[in-house]
Ligand binder design. Structure first.
Ligand SMILES: CC(C)(COP(=O)(O)OP(=O)(O)OC[C@H]1O[C@@H](n2cnc3c(N)ncnc32)[C@H](O)[C@@H]1OP(=O)(O)O)[C@@H](O)C(=O)NCCC(=O)NCCS
Length: 403
């Protein structure tokens, strides 16, 4: 088996593998490989197009017959207030006749050290199976809260601002982006979106039947929501964004106006937002909250991630990490931290305070769970638990970008 990044005449084949594996109709199936790549180069419609050369593939020994593929998209994302490069894994696909032959394992074994060499700090993906991606160092990461609100029980909330609708002739994209940009700085794993991630704002809502509204107070954009309303169905908020209570209240006030035609609305939110203080009524099934898993993360560069991590107070912690794919991440690291000081990270052979797998290290350093060794089978605590909790503690995390 040969594993390498694809060449330009192989992009179409790689796209065919993804279409087959994910069972969707392929766009451009009639084009020659040359015409296929030319179009992607001339008119990239996504980061995946713009970085078509970030696709890996496994080939038979002839170095021509493609068996499996995936892409590693260099997203910019937030980690503890820093902008880092996060390799977004997408389109993971093996032709059925080659499955269970180790083709994807070989691709990860080549791609992960390459991501390290390129300076990526994190990686993220949306799994079909947690167990499958745990083999490659990923661990469950961000969650999303889905709130179902009974519209008749929402306060009428005379929000002081005004709403405007995105439609041809009225482009509110810059305001939507400003709301997203402010939010993405607050959450670990949140992707800084570029122009192509806002293509959807160009769609005509009278064709898609998905209507996007932006809420303003004193001309400042405070919230937006794309609402899918279908007769006799719950209102679905396909996406929404806000950064404070005023924005949330504006959003609820808009939803309330649908109460005559719809019983309930479903809204996606970061898990640290709790709108219940704003809602006057919880009884009669007025509010329900479901938490859904939104992907898996992996630290690609342990040393860099430790250097950038925001610690609480002052201290020194020695961690020992085991990583099956990236050799540089294996071993002991001593981290010294203090308020106003850059973390000092050194390699050490001294006995660790905490020994962990790369999976648990990733989940804990991103703040996706509390440091409770009792519930984390991959964590061995040798030192003081309160010391470990200065580095490993729950932090805001949220991701909305799909790939
Ligand atoms: C999922 C998929 C990409 C796996 O590809 P593959 O080339 O068969 O994977 P590999 O042979 O490299 O398997 C790697 C390991 O995972 C195991 N594995 C393979 N398929 C698995 C599955 N469906 N569930 C759990 N484990 C699986 C293998 O046994 C192997 O274990 P090992 O390395 O410890 O021995 C392939 O089945 C596929 O294309 N599926 C349809 C598309 C899809 O679901 N893609 C993933 C989207 S997130």
């Amino acid at each position: 088996m040969i594993v390498r990044k694809i060449r330009e005449n192989e992009l179409k084949r790689s796209a065919q593998l993804s279409a087959l594996a994910f069972e969707y109709p392929m766009e451009g199936a009639e084009k020659s490989p040359e015409a296929f790549i030319r179009e992607v180069r001339e008119r990239p419609r996504s980061l995946e197009d713009a970085r078509w050369d970030s696709r890996w593939a496994a080939f038979e020994d002839d170095d021509e017959t493609m068996m499996a593929t995936f892409c590693v998209l260099p997203w910019h994302a937030t980690f503890d207030g820093h902008d880092v490069v996060m390799g977004g894994i997408g389109g993971v696909a093996t032709l059925p006749q080659y499955r269970r032959g180790g083709a994807i394992r070989c691709c990860f074994e080549a791609a992960l050290p390459d991501m390290y060499a390129q300076g990526m700090v994190l990686s993220y993906l949306y799994p079909f199976s947690n167990a499958f991606y745990r083999r490659f160092g990923y661990e469950i990461a961000c969650d999303e809260a889905r709130w179902t609100l009974r519209l008749a029980l929402l306060p009428s909330l005379d929000a002081p601002g005004r709403w405007a609708m995105q439609e041809p002739g009225r482009d509110l994209t810059a305001d939507i982006r400003a709301i997203d940009e402010a939010r993405s700085r607050r959450y670990n794993c949140a992707v800084r979106k570029g122009d192509t991630e806002y293509d959807w704002t160009g769609a005509d809502p009278f064709v898609t039947r998905n209507y996007t509204f932006v809420y303003y107070e004193d001309d400042a954009p405070l919230a937006y929501a794309t609402i899918q309303a279908r007769p006799h169905e719950d209102l679905r908020c396909l996406r929404c964004g806000f950064n404070d209570r005023r924005g949330l209240e504006g959003l609820l006030a808009l939803l309330r106006r649908y109460a005559a035609d719809h019983e309930r609305a479903v809204l996606p939110m970061p898990v640290d937002v709790d709108p219940r203080a704003t809602l006057p009524e919880f009884s009669l099934g007025g509010v329900e909250r479901a938490v859904v898993q939104r992907g898996m993360a992996r630290v690609v560069n342990v040393e860099q991630a430790l250097a950038l991590a925001k610690a609480k107070g002052e201290g020194t912690l020695r961690v020992r990490v085991t990583d099956g794919q990236i050799p540089e991440n294996n071993g002991g690291f001593e981290v010294r931290f203090a308020p106003g000081m850059k973390n000092d990270v050194r390699r050490t052979d001294a006995a660790p305070d905490v020994a962990l797998t790369i999976q648990d290290f990733s989940r804990l350093l991103l703040g996706c769970c509390a440091f409770e060794p009792e519930w984390l089978p991959g964590v061995a605590l040798h030192g003081d638990i309160e010391g470990a909790r200065k580095l490993f503690y729950p932090k805001p995390n949220y991701i909305t970008q799909r790939f």
